[in-house]
Design a protein around this ligand. Structure first.
Ligand code: NAP
Length: 327
C-alpha cells in the first residue's frame, strides 16, 4: 500500500500539499491498538499509533494478568503492554506520543489533530479505551492523588502499613482490595450491595484475608478531610443510617466509562457513550473502526480487545481495496 492513495485531503488549505497520508492512524496504545498495528504492519499498511502515556492503556495499570493466553505464569500488565508495542515495532509500526485534540472523520482522508500537529489517514482505528468512573461527590477531584485514587497497582504503595478503603464490588475492586491487603494494615471494602459481582477467583481469597473488612449496602456520601483524607462518610442504602469509616486513602473501583468524547457528534454512540460497532469493529463512518473497551461489546477483556484489532485491519483492508472512499 502506498501513502499517497491519490486522495485530496478534505481540508487541503490547512494540510501541506506534500503531507504524508497514512494508511491507518491508530488512536490509543492498548491491546486493541497494538494488535491493529501489528496486523496492519504485517499486511503492508503504513500505520502509526498515537499514544498519550506509556504503552498498554489500562493494561499498564494492572498488576498481574492471568487470563491472557500464552503466559502460563501470568504477566505484569505493564510488561504485556510493552511487549505488544515491541511486537508491532518489529514490523515497522511507528509510535508517536501525542494528545489527540480533534478528529475529522468524514471524507476519504481523515484528519487527526494533535498537540504535535495534524496527521492524515485513509483509515482511523479508535482504540481509546475507557477511563475510571468517578464517585461524583464533593472534593473528589481536589483530593485525586492525595487521598483519592483510581489505581491500586499504581498508588497502593503510598498506603503501606496504613488503612485504605476500596469502593466497588466487581473484579477490579476485589483485585484492588486483595492487592492492598498485602500492603496495608487494614482494608475496608465498601460496596453498595451485599454480594460481590467479582468472580470466585478474586472473591474467595478476599473473604479469607484477615485484614479486610466489608461495609455492605453502603455508599460513600462524603470525603472527610484532614491533612489529606482522614475518612469517608457512609450511608446505608437500606436503612439510611449514616456512619464514618476512618481511612488514609480511598481507591475508587466502580467500573469505567468509554473514552469516546473525540467521536461524539461524529460517530453513533450508545446511551452509555460506547461507540456503536459490532464484531467487525466498523463504525457508521466507512474507514473508521472502533476496537477494545471503547466500542459496544459484551465482554471487555484484553483478549477481546486484541481480537478487535485483528478484525479492524481485516475490514480496513477490505475498505481500502474497494477504493477507500466513503459511500
Ligand atoms: P464492573 O464489573 O462494572 O463493576 C463495577 C462495580 O462498581 C460494581 O460492583 C458496581 O456495583 C459498582 N458501582 C458502579 N457504579 C457505582 C457507584 N456510582 N457507586 C458505587 N458503586 C458503584 O467494573 P470493573 O470491576 O472495573 O470491571 C470492568 C470489566 O473488567 C469487567 O468486565 C471485569 O470482569 C473486567 N475485569 C477483569 C479482570 C480479570 O478478569 N482479571 C480484572 C478486573 C476487571 P453493582 O455490583 O451493584 O452493580
Amino acid at each position: 500500500m502506498t501513502n499517497s492513495g491519490g486522495f485530496e485531503p478534505p481540508h487541503a488549505k490547512e494540510a501541506a500539499p506534500s503531507q504524508q497520508i497514512y494508511d491507518m492512524i491508530i488512536v490509543g496504545g492498548g491491546p486493541g491498538g497494538y494488535t491493529a498495528a501489528l496486523y496492519a504492519a504485517r499486511a503492508g499498511l503504513d500505520a502509526v499509533v498515537l499514544e498519550q502515556l506509556a504503552p498498554g492503556g489500562q493494561l499498564a495499570l494492572t498488576e498481574r494478568v492471568d487470563n491472557y493466553p500464552g503466559f502460563d505464569e501470568g504477566i505484569d500488565g505493564c510488561e504485556l503492554g510493552e511487549r505488544m508495542r515491541r511486537g508491532a515495532r518489529r514490523f515497522g509500526v511507528k509510535t508517536r506520543m501525542a494528545q489527540v485534540r480533534a478528529l475529522a472523520l468524514s471524507g476519504a482522508v481523515k484528519r487527526v489533530d494533535t498537540g504535535e500537529g495534524t496527521l492524515l489517514g485513509r483509515t482511523v482505528v479508535l482504540a481509546t479505551g475507557a477511563v475510571p468512573r468517578e464517585l461524583g461527590i464533593a472534593g473528589e477531584q481536589e483530593l485525586t492523588g492525595q487521598g483519592v485514587h483510581y489505581c491500586a497497582a499504581c498508588d497502593g504503595m503510598f498506603y503501606r502499613g496504613k488503612t485504605a478503603a476500596v469502593v466497588g464490588g466487581g473484579n477490579s475492586a476485589a483485585e484492588d482490595a486483595l492487592l492492598l491487603s498485602r500492603i496495608c494494615r487494614r482494608v475496608i471494602l465498601i460496596h453498595r450491595r451485599d454480594t460481590l459481582r467479582a468472580e470466585q477467583v478474586y472473591r474467595a481469597p478476599l473473604m479469607e484475608a484477615d485484614n479486610v473488612q466489608f461495609c455492605w449496602n453502603c455508599q460513600v456520601t462524603e470525603l472527610l478531610r484532614g491533612e489529606g483524607l482522614r475518612g469517608v462518610r457512609l450511608r446505608d442504602v437500606k436503612t439510611g443510617a449514616v456512619r464514618t469509616a476512618d481511612c488514609d486513602g480511598v481507591f475508587v473501583s466502580i467500573g469505567r466509562k468509554p473514552a469516546s468524547q473525540l467521536a461524539r457528534g461524529q460517530l453513533r454512540l450508545d446511551p452509555a457513550g460506547y461507540i456503536l460497532a459490532d464484531e467487525s469493529t466498523r463504525t457508521d463512518i466507512p474507514g473508521v473502526f472502533a476496537v477494545g473497551d471503547v466500542r459496544t461489546k459484551a465482554l471487555r477483556q484484553i483478549v477481546t480487545a486484541a481480537a478487535d484489532g485483528a478484525f479492524a485491519v481485516h475490514f480496513a483492508q477490505e475498505y481500502l481495496s474497494q477504493g477507500g472512499r466513503p459511500v
